[in-house]
Design a protein around this ligand. Structure first.
Ligand SMILES: *[C@@H]1O[C@H](CO)[C@@H](O)[C@H](O)[C@H]1NC(C)=O
Ligand SMILES: [Zn+2]
Ligand SMILES: [Zn+2]
Length: 445
C-alpha cells in the first residue's frame, strides 16, 4: 500500500538525516503531498472503515445527552486501551484526552464532540436509537468514530510523528459548553493548534467547506416570565393579560435586529418558546417566552443581550405586567464567535488540496449557527470545517437536528483521513526552532 512508502521514507530519514531543527520539514513538497493521499487510502481500507462504521452504529443506538456520555466515553477508552493509546480521564465529567507521538512539542489537537440530542428518531433502520427521546441527530456519533479512526491510523504510524497529537473527546456541545469545561481543566495547555470538523448534509461527499476568520456566530439563550393577573377571559377589565403583553414583547424584540442593528452586521433574535394558559376562557397569570440570539462580534452580542432585557422589561410594563429575564448563563454558557485562524486556513487548503484537490474545497459564507469549538479557538489557533456527506444517488439528506437525520457513512474515511493528515502535517511543518521533541506525555501535560 502507498502509505508504506511514506513510512519507510521517514524511517530512512531518521537513519541518515539529522532530525531537523529548523521550522521546515525535512520532507520534500512531493513527499509531504503524499501523506494525506496515503491516509485516505488507509482510511478507505475495510479494516478501518468497517471498524469505524461499527463504532458509529453502536453509539447511534445508545445516544447520551450532554455530560451524561458515560457509556460513550467508556467505549472510547476501551478502544484507546486496545490500541495502546494513553489518555487522561475524566475531564469535564465524561471527557478525555489521548496522546499519540513523541510526548513532546509541538502539540496539535483534533477534537470530536460526543453528545446526542433530546429528540425522538423517526428513521426506521437496523441501528435506530434504542433510547426513547434521545437521538444522535447532529452526527456526533460519526465525529467520535472518525476521531477514533484517525487515532488508529496515527497510532500505527506513531514513530513517524514529529511531535504529539492530542485527541480531544469533549462532552456537551449541544448547549452545555463542554468545550469550556475542558478548557478550564487545562486540556489545551501547551497545545499549539486545534482542528475540528462537523458533518454537513448539504455538502457533497468528497468535498469540505470552511472559511478563514469568523465562521459561526456567538450564541446565547434567554427566557422571560411575564406576569400579569389571571381571571375570566370575558371580563378582561379585572385582569392584567400577560398573553397580550408577551405578544407585544415578541414583536418589539423583532425590532432590535431590523431597526437597531447595522444591516451589514448579521444578527438574529428568535423567540422559539411561548408557554402560557390552557383554557379558552381563562386569562393566565403568567406567560413564559424564550429563545436565542446570535451575533458576529462580541460588541454586537453584548449590546443585543442588554437590549433584549430592556425591551422585555419595558414592553411588559407598558401593559402593566412585570417581567424577569434569565439568560441561563450557568447551564448554557454563551458561545463565542467561532473564528478560524488564517494561517491554519492556509494549512487546511494545502493539506486538503493534496488529498482531494483544491476544487473540492468550498469557500463558504458564515453561518448563524453556534459551536462550542469557539471556546478552543478563542484560546489557541483553531480551525473548524464542514465535511460533505451528500450523495445525490442516495437522495437528499435531512440537515442536523431533524428527527429524520441520517449520516452517510461513506464520509467517515474522509473525516478520519483529514484529522490524521491535518495533525501529521501540522507537526511536520511546525517543528520547534531550537529544541528537539523530548519528554513524556505526562510531563508535558
Ligand atoms: C409587579 O411588581 C410590583 C412590585 O413588586 C407589584 O406591586 C405588582 O403587583 C406586580 N404586578 C403584577 C402584575 O404582577
Ligand atoms: Zn447540533
Ligand atoms: Zn453538532
Amino acid at each position: 500500500m502507498g502509505f508504506c512508502k511514506w513510512v519507510s521514507l521517514i524511517f530512512i530519514l531518521h537513519m541518515f538525516v539529522p532530525t531537523p531543527v529548523s521550522s521546515d520539514s525535512s520532507l520534500s513538497p512531493e513527499e509531504l503531498a503524499k501523506i494525506p493521499v496515503n491516509f485516505l487510502d488507509h482510511a478507505k481500507t475495510p479494516e478501518v472503515v468497517d471498524w469505524m462504521v461499527g463504532i458509529r452504529r453502536t453509539l447511534h443506538e445508545n445516544p447520551e445527552l450532554g455530560f451524561e456520555e458515560f457509556e460513550t466515553s467508556k467505549l472510547i477508552r476501551a478502544e484507546l486501551d486496545k490500541m495502546g493509546i494513553p489518555y487522561k480521564y475524566p475531564i469535564a465529567v465524561t471527557g478525555l484526552i489521548g496522546f499519540i507521538g513523541t510526548g513532546g512539542p509541538p502539540f496539535v489537537a483534533i477534537r470530536a464532540d460526543m453528545d446526542a440530542l433530546a429528540m425522538q428518531e423517526i428513521v426506521e433502520w437496523e441501528h435506530k436509537s434504542k433510547v426513547p427521546g434521545k437521538m444522535h441527530a447532529c452526527g456526533h456519533d460519526a465525529h467520535v468514530a472518525m476521531l477514533l479512526g484517525a487515532a488508529k491510523m496515527l497510532q500505527e504510524h506513531r514513530h513517524d510523528l514529529q511531535g504529539t497529537v492530542v485527541l480531544v473527546f469533549q462532552p456537551a456541545e449541544e448547549g452545555g459548553g463542554g468545550a469550556k469545561k475542558m478548557l478550564e481543566a487545562g486540556v489545551l495547555e501547551n497545545v499549539d493548534a486545534i482542528f475540528g470538523l462537523h458533518v454537513a448534509a448539504d455538502r457533497p461527499i468528497g468535498k469540505v467547506a470552511s472559511r478563514p476568520g469568523p465562521l459561526l456566530a456567538a450564541s446565547g439563550f434567554f427566557e422571560a416570565v411575564i406576569s400579569g393577573k389571571g381571571g375570566h377571559a370575558a371580563i378582561p377589565q379585572h385582569t392584567i393579560d400577560p398573553i397580550l403583553a408577551a405578544s407585544n414583547v415578541i414583536v418589539s424584540l423583532q425590532h432590535l435586529v431590523s431597526r437597531e442593528a447595522d444591516p451589514l452586521d448579521s444578527q438574529v433574535v428568535t423567540v422559539a418558546k411561548f408557554q402560557g394558559g390552557g383554557a379558552f376562557n381563562v386569562i393566565p397569570d403568567s406567560v413564559t417566552i424564550g429563545g436565542t440570539f446570535r451575533a458576529f462580534s462580541k460588541e454586537s452580542f453584548v449590546q443585543l443581550k442588554q437590549r433584549i432585557e430592556e425591551v422585555i422589561l419595558g414592553q411588559a410594563s407598558v401593559q402593566r405586567c412585570n417581567a424577569t429575564v434569565d439568560f441561563h448563563a450557568n447551564d448554557r454558557p454563551f458561545y463565542p464567535v467561532t473564528v478560524n485562524n488564517k494561517d491554519l486556513h492556509k494549512h487546511f487548503q494545502n493539506v486538503v488540496g493534496d488529498m482531494l484537490g483544491a476544487h473540492n474545497i468550498i469557500e463558504m459564507q458564515p453561518l448563524m449557527g453556534g459551536e462550542d469549538f469557539s471556546f478552543f479557538a478563542e484560546e489557541i489557533p483553531g480551525y473548524f470545517f464542514y465535511l460533505g456527506m451528500n450523495d445525490e444517488t442516495l437522495g437528499q439528506l435531512e440537515s442536523g437536528h431533524s428527527p429524520n437525520f441520517k449520516v452517510n457513512e461513506d464520509a467517515l474515511p474522509y473525516g478520519a483521513a483529514l484529522h490524521a493528515s491535518l495533525a501529521t502535517r501540522y507537526l511536520l511543518e511546525n517543528q520547534p526552532k531550537s529544541t528537539l521533541p523530548t519528554g513524556s506525555v505526562h510531563d508535558e501535560l
